[in-house]
Design a protein around this ligand. Structure first.
Ligand code: PLP
Length: 459
């Protein structure tokens, strides 16, 4: 390991790094990024990396986009800040809400703005409770999520998340949150079980859970169409339609977490359109502004909105809102990002590239370390396994996925290890040549990781 640079030392001394193996930080150091252009980011030594994850699944238009920079500058000059509390408004928030309604996959009446995806999902839960109180259903409050879901890190969003490191040591999940099965056939399908039988088993399990808890105690289910941080899990195509039947029977609304999926990532404007899901309400963030500014949104239909109006009439006001929810900078960037997605036909570009993405993913399946590859549009995952035949995983303490990601940095590319699945989520503006280059670099890292695994005897 080379000695740490001055900036790396200062970084480790003063910054508490999220989702980081803190106990290893002094030996791993940090990668301090200084600038970005197109699909590349550059560290403080001037080394370039293909950003194969769009940062955190968000910088879908890449880095240094002059149109977005101009839109941000213009907004900061005219109105750097205002809010929406107490019946105030801003033009950028109005325009963005209108745009979102126009492109929404289901009829939407109102858009509530937050600063992040976690806040959007937290708000979804509060709104579901508020709605049911307004409708005289005070016991209908539990929320169903899924094992391996990722919905954020506020107390409620982390509770909805279905990953152990978001719960263990954090006194979570809180009450009122239930986790049902993860729709990952490769991992959770039983020997000899067909994909259709797997879906039926999950449907039965969901039905049993609802009946056990009491349908009148359950307000909503939340789901990411393609599950992201839990390992880029693409459910079977029949899954959502099948579980929605059960939810509809019991008047349980479906909250669609489009925080990663939204804005073209899966080859449609919305992930729900790629996976056959028909949501009631939607959370968006990340690519909403192409990550040029924080912003989240909750989108709700008219019938739900009317319940808030009734409650507001009874209590006196709608008591929820964030200082920076609907920040003019974020909203101006959201308007511009959507305009760019439309004008440059980003969905068309993702569709054009997805066969290349799929072919390169499929070609990895023969590698001894690769258990399964998964993909939808321009988001994918490569699951590393110790034993291909039995699907046995490595011991998480061996940190094989993170080691591959570290080795890959040496080859000039950044991908994210979510456990032992390596996630791919390149900027949607990536060219075919750049995409191939990303996979070429990944293949080199995979070969180096195989050599390391064999040398260390990790199998
Ligand atoms: N929902 C999903 C599907 C996410 O992937 C994330 C973040 O990765 C969130 C919610 C939380 O968003 P944020 O980190 O902006 O709070």
């Amino acid at each position: 390991t080379p000695p740490l640079s001055n900036l790396q030392t200062r970084d480790i001394e003063s910054v508490l790094h999220p989702y980081t193996a803190l106990h290893k930080l002094k030996s791993t150091g940090t990668l301090v990024i200084e600038s970005g252009k197109g699909v590349y980011v550059y560290d403080t030594q001037g080394r370039g990396y293909i950003e194969g994850m769009s940062g955190l699944w968000c910088a879908g238009l890449g880095f240094g986009d002059e149109e977005l920079i101009d839109a941000a500058t213009e907004q900061l000059r005219s109105l750097p800040y205002y809010h929406l509390f107490g019946a105030k408004g801003t033009e950028s928030a109005i325009e963005l809400a209108e745009k979102l309604k126009e492109i929404a996959p289901v009829p939407i009446s109102k858009v509530f703005f937050t600063s992040s995806g976690s806040e959007a999902n937290d708000t979804q839960v509060k709104l579901a409770w508020y709605m049911n109180n307004a409708m005289g259903r005070p016991n209908k409050k539990k929320i169903i999520s899924r094992i391996k879901a990722y919905h954020g890190v506020t107390i409620m969003a982390a509770s909805l998340t279905g990953l152990p490191y978001n719960h263990i040591g954090w006194d979570l999940p809180v009450d009122r949150v239930l986790h049902t099965d993860c729709p990952h056939y490769y991992r959770f399908g039983k020997d000899g079980e067909s994909e259709a039988e797997f879906v039926q088993r999950l449907v039965k399990s969901l039905r049993d859970l609802i009946e056990r808890e009491g349908p009148n105690t359950i307000a909503a289910m939340i789901a990411e169409p393609v599950m992201g941080a839990g390992g880029v899990i693409v459910p079977p195509m029949t899954y959502y339609a099948a579980i929605q039947e059960v939810l509809d029977e019991h008047n349980i609304i479906l909250i669609d977490d489009e925080v990663i999926n939204g804005f073209g990532r899966t080859g449609n404007w919305w992930g729900c359109q790629s996976l056959g899901m028909t949501p009631k309400t939607i959370s968006a963030a990340k690519q909403l502004t192409a990550a040029y500014s924080p912003l989240g949104a909750v989108m709700v239909p008219e019938d739900i909105y009317q319940a808030y109006v009734d409650h507001s009439a009874a209590i006196g006001t709608f008591g929820h809102g964030f200082t920076y929810g609907g920040h003019p900078l974020g909203c101006a960037l959201g308007v511009k990002a959507i305009e760019i997605y439309q004008r440059r036909d980003i969905v068309g570009h993702v569709r054009m590239l997805s066969p290349v993405f799929e072919a390169r993913m499929k070609a990895l399946n023969d590698h001894p370390l690769v258990g399964e590859t998964r993909y939808c549009g321009l988001v994918g995952g490569v699951e590393l396994v110790a034993d291909k035949k039995t699907r046995r995983s490595f011991d998480p303490k061996q940190a094989v996925g993170p080691q591959l990601a570290k080795i890959l940095e040496g080859h000039g590319a950044i991908l994210r290890a979510v456990g032992d699945t390596i996630a791919f989520c390149p900027p949607m503006v990536i060219t075919e040549a750049e995409l191939n280059e990303l996979f070429d670099r990944f293949e080199k890292a995979l070969a180096d990781t195989e050599a390391w695994v064999s040398k260390e005897g990790l199998r």
